[in-house]
Structures are given as C-alpha cells and as structure tokens.
Design a protein around this ligand. Structure first.
Ligand code: NAP
Length: 314
C-alpha cells in the first residue's frame, strides 16, 4: 500500500483514533501521524504506548502542515475543536471526522472551515464498548463499512482520497447523504443502544429485589445487552442529543411494534409471534451472509472481539 496523505493529524486519541493510527501504520498510508488529546493523562498514555509519531500539547500544533485532519472527539465537541484549529489549517488540506451523527456535526463544523480547506465528513461503522487510547487495534476496520458524507459542492478528488485512506485501513466505503445516514443509524445503532441501556436499567431495578440473581443467572441475551450498555456514556449522550429527530421517530415505531407483540402475548396469538420471529431470524441470516457478523454460537465470543456499533449496522 502506498502513502495516501503525507501527514495526518488525529484530534482526540480514543478507540477510533488509536485504531486508525495502527491501521494507517499497518498499511503505510502516511509518512507522519501527529496526535492531540485534551487531557495530559491521555497524551502521556499515548506517548508511552507509541500511539502517533508525535503527540502534541495543543490541537493547533498537531494540525500544522497536516494534509488530513480527522476529528475523533465526541459529537458534541466537534464544533469547538474545529473553531480552535481553523486558523492553523494548511490551504488544500482536508478536514474529516468520525462522528456517529452527521447532520449535527456538519452544522457545527462547516462554519469554521476556512476557504481552500475541504470538509469531508465520514463515519466508520465499527467500534467496541471500550474507549481510550489503549483500546484501539489495527484490524478494527477490516471488512467494516465506512460511510463518507460529501456535500453537493465537496471536491471530488478530496472525497476519492479519503476513500483510499479508509480502504487502505481495510474498510468498505459507501457514500451517503447526511440525513439518510442519521435515519439509517438511528435504526441500526442508536435506538438499539437506547433499548440496551433501558433493559439493563430495568434489570438493575429488579436486581435490588432479587439480590444478585440477575447477574448470576444472566443468559446470553441479557449479557449482550450489558456489553452494549457499557459503551461510553459521553459518546452516547452526544449521539442522542444530536440525532434527536431520527431516534425519536424510530423509537415511536419501536413502541408501536412492542405494543403489537404485547397484545399478541396477551391474546395468546402464537401465529403472530411465530411469523414475527421468523421474519427477524431472516434478517440475522442476511447480516451473516453479508459477512458482517459470525454465525458461531455466542458470537464466537472467546475467539474475537465484539463490535457494538457494527453488530447493529449493515
Ligand atoms: P473515546 O475512546 O472515548 O475517545 C474520545 C477522545 O475525545 C479522547 O481522546 C478524549 O480526550 C477526547 N474528548 C472527549 N471529550 C472532549 C471534549 N469535550 N473536547 C475535546 N476532546 C474531547 O471515543 P471514541 O470511541 O474513539 O469516539 C470518538 C468519536 O468516534 C465519537 O464522535 C463517536 O461518535 C465516534 N464513533 C465511535 C464509535 C464507537 O463504537 N466507539 C464508532 C464509530 C464512531 P481525553 O482522553 O483527554 O478525555
């Protein structure tokens, strides 16, 4: 693989950025990768584990001379960071991001993008429930999707170059419109996360009554909910606050379906339940056939890492 960008700056050094760094190094996709995180503790950890060729003490320093800048901070922090680095961006550079919501990030970042700098938002559909600089690994994006969200006037060459980077990191790339992205992700990722958070919260309430039975006898279904519900609270708070409409729309539909199933149970309508579960089983089969999950029992839990966002995404 050859160099796609001579110099890349990663702003925010958590799971997504650290996985990008190791994947960029694996593919030889950049000569130099600089990094910045807001806390000195994260910067120290990054230096200690060799994450980035150079870890800078300010975001402005990290982006100096960079050909690509990737914002890898929570969605709610993207606008402030963009404003902070704007005066230090090189003409002709591309600024991108990895945020799980696109319309809100585009609205927050666009006003700060200087003339002559390209803004190409993106979202890799890959992650785990772990966070921080030590949680990343080079194979996170292998055979996962990365959605690139160009605007109608985005420079085509800048889009192609970003596509080459993500493909070099192992991902399959698709282009999508921002609003459509937010609706699709509300279905495949955001609403399911909220449901997992709720289910674990309910079980916790019951646990207070039944002591530790919920933990001791937790079956696979509930354990999978707890893994998802362990995802980073800051990231997910920001996702729901910034993808409000689409998430509420999907949750409304979810509630209707839940009522229909509730009614089928009350009326003893086994045909309805069976038909419903047969349809959902088919969806699982399609996901496996698309190579987006394993059909091993228990998701091959002992053999591979689990992918929280990905397990709900295409
Ligand atoms: P993470 O592991 O928690 O890392 C977040 C990084 O952002 C840390 O370096 C943190 O700095 C920094 N940060 C947090 N709040 C900040 C603020 N207010 N201002 C400046 N920097 C701040 O998160 P991640 O999982 O890599 O997620 C990063 C982005 O990727 C998010 O936008 C998320 O929506 C998106 N994403 C996540 C996943 C996933 O499954 N995790 C998947 C796809 C996309 P400190 O360490 O110094 O606190």
């Amino acid at each position: 693989m050859s160099t796609v960008y001579p110099r890349i700056a990663l702003i925010g050094l958590g799971l997504i950025a650290s996985s990008m760094y190791w994947a960029i190094k694996r593919g030889g996709l950049a000569h130099e990768v600089t990094g910045f995180a807001r806390s000195s503790q994260t910067r120290e950890t990054a230096r200690h584990i060799g994450l980035c060729d150079q870890v800078c003490d300010t975001a402005a320093e990290a982006v100096q001379g960079a050909d690509l800048i990737v914002l890898c901070v929570p969605v709610g922090a993207m606008g402030n960071i963009a404003e902070e680095i704007a005066p230090s961006l090189k003409k002709g550079a591309t600024i991108s991001d990895v945020g799980s919501v696109k319309r809100a990030v585009i609205d927050a970042v666009s006003p700060h993008v200087p003339q002559g700098v390209h803004f190409v938002p993106a979202h890799p559909l890959a992650g785990t429930e772990h966070s921080g600089p030590e949680s990343g690994f080079a194979t996170l994006y292998d055979n996962r999707w990365c959605l690139i969200i160009p605007g109608h006037d985005t420079d085509a060459k800048a889009v192609d170059r970003l596509r080459s980077l993500w493909e070099g990191m192992g991902a399959n790339v698709d282009l999508m419109d921002a609003d459509h992205h937010d609706l699709v992700l509300a279905v495949t990722s955001h609403a399911p996360h909220l449901i997992a958070y709720t289910m674990v919260g309910v079980a916790d309430d019951i646990r207070r009554v039944t002591d530790s039975e919920v933990i001791n006898y937790s079956a696979a279904g509930f354990r999978d909910f707890t893994r998802i519900a362990a995802s980073d609270p800051t990231m997910w708070r920001d996702v729901f606050l910034s993808n409000k409409e689409a998430t509420l729309e999907i949750l409304g539909r979810f509630t209707e379906e839940l009522f229909a199933l509730q009614r089928a149970i009350r009326l003893g309508d086994g045909d309805h339940l069976h038909a419903y579960f047969t349809r959902t089983r088919g969806i699982r089969r399609d996901i496996i056939e698309a190579g987006q999950d394993t059909d091993k029992p228990n998701f091959g839990r002992t053999e591979r890492r689990n992918f929280t966002e990905q397990s709900f995404s295409k």
